[in-house]
Ligand binder design. Structure first.
Ligand SMILES: [Zn+2]
Ligand SMILES: [Zn+2]
Length: 160
């Protein structure tokens, strides 16, 4: 098994429960990620196929509040919402559940007029080492995405 644990990400063999949805033999899993104040957002209370998920606080434009849990698996669009209904096309504000700071915008979304929100892979809040989450419900970027630099390193490791 090739372990890639630089940048808070890990490559593991694809669990068979996820295999039907993924084409690859290995998946990329976020094993730690942080808000800009260094709070861990990976939470064992929200697991996807035994992998601890990313728990975020969300607010909608109508001030309704709740939580969403995202699959920690790269390109795996599973998510769970708690206390809030997710309606396709709605945009969400994402917060750290611990300090309630609003997570920063990384860029405009590439597919809709939403934003890509940054979650950092280490405690230094470095935009060169982050993953992004689209803030529009149902947008194709609404699972976790690694930035280009991280992805090219990961491709290198997978194909090596
Ligand atoms: Zn925080
Ligand atoms: Zn989008």
């Amino acid at each position: 098994m090739k372990n890639f644990d630089k940048n808070g990400m890990l490559i593991i063999p694809t669990p068979k429960e996820i295999k039907s949805e993924c084409e690859s033999e290995e998946i990329l899993v976020v094993k730690e990620c942080y808000c800009q104040n260094g709070h861990q957002l990976i939470n064992k209370r929200v697991c996807f196929n035994d992998l601890p998920g990313i728990l975020l606080k969300v607010k909608k434009l109508n001030y309704k509040e709740g939580f969403i849990a995202l699959s920690p698996v790269y390109n795996h669009k599973h998510r769970i919402s708690i206390d809030i209904d997710l309606i396709k096309g709605e945009s969400l504000q994402l917060y750290c559940p611990e300090c309630s700071i609003e997570l920063p915008i990384y860029s405009n979304c590439t597919c809709c007029d939403g934003k890509l929100i940054a979650v950092f892979l280490d405690k230094t809040a470095n935009f060169n080492n982050c993953i992004t989450i689209g803030n529009t419900v149902g947008c194709k970027n609404s699972s976790i995405i690694a930035n280009k630099e991280i992805l090219s390193e990961i491709k290198y490791i997978i194909t090596r």
